[in-house]
Design a protein. Structure first.
Length: 286
């Protein structure tokens, strides 16, 4: 291997010798317990001498992130409709194909559908993935999470015995406004992050606010897309006043906080001039 060879070139050479392990399945490391090396890293720039020992690990069958997101987000979209239209096998024959007398139920269906349609559009036209694939086995776990929660919250929101929020239209209207603002903010952040890699580069850069006011949250947090995402589900919880939605929101917040902290630490580690005012997900707090 030439000293100026990239890790991607080494993966391709390895694949040529062992066709079973295509590049996406390979984890190449300098240390068995260390992190996987990135494709763009050059051998001679790594902390090795004139000879280097690289460790290979089989990551198992892989699936593209675009396909992953399309599967994860299409499921909740259609599962929700099964409960909204009250299919015969859901609530029983007496309630089949009936509609709820509460307008908030129709509004919740519109908002839920809008959220996942937006995600599907972003997956196809906006997102640029730094990692092209994920282990195939993870798709089952992810789908159980998204699809299962979609069915659970849809069951209660569309249930014949569902009762609307305590404060009526004021609570619903406030929640809808916050929901739309958070969705707009989330989309704006995804576009801003996508623009950092417009030329196809996988090099990590510090994201900064743009002229779009929704991106100004970058002044205070490293992952405002997660902040807006949590805000979206808090709004949906307030709108529907439904316990399963609140539990889903809580789990989303916990998971996104973990992701945000990990990204924040990566930024701090890679960029010495990273803005000191930023927190991972909640301004000034967390």
């Amino acid at each position: 291997v030439e000293p100026n060879a990239t890790i991607r070139e080494i993966r391709l050479m390895f694949h040529k010798l062992y066709p079973r392990w295509y590049p996406a399945r390979q984890s190449i490391k300098l240390d068995p317990k260390g992190k996987s090396l990135r494709d763009e890293e050059i051998l001679q720039h790594l902390p090795v001498g004139t000879t280097a020992t690289l460790y290979f690990k089989d990551l198992g069958p892989q699936i593209g992130w675009t396909t992953v997101f399309l599967i994860e987000y299409t499921g909740p979209l259609f599962i929700y409709f099964l409960f909204y239209f009250r299919m015969p096998f859901v609530y029983g024959l007496d309630e089949r194909f009936t509609s709820s007398p509460h307008p908030v139920v129709n509004l919740a269906c519109i908002c839920h559908s809008f959220h996942y349609i937006k995600r599907l559009i972003e997956t196809v036209f906006v997102h640029r993935f730094s990692h092209g694939t994920m282990p195939l086995r993870n798709i089952v776990k992810n789908c159980l999470y998204y699809w299962g929660f979609a069915a659970w919250l849809a069951y209660y929101i569309n249930h014949p015995l569902y009762t609307p929020p305590s404060y009526g239209k004021k609570q619903i209207n406030f929640a809808v406004i916050m929901f739309l603002l958070c969705e707009a903010g989330n989309f704006s952040i995804h576009v801003a992050l996508s623009d950092l890699r417009r030329n196809g580069s996988k090099t990590r850069k510090i994201p900064y606010p743009t002229k779009n006011p929704f991106t100004w949250l970058f002044f205070f947090v490293s992952c405002p897309n997660y902040t807006y995402e949590v805000g979206t589900w808090i709004s949906f919880t307030v709108m529907t006043q439904c316990v399963p939605v609140g539990l889903f929101t809580l789990l989303c917040f916990i998971q996104m906080t973990i992701w945000a902290k990990d990204k924040h630490c990566t930024y701090l580690r890679e960029f010495k001039d990273y803005p000191s005012l930023r927190m991972p997900i909640i301004p000034f707090l967390l």
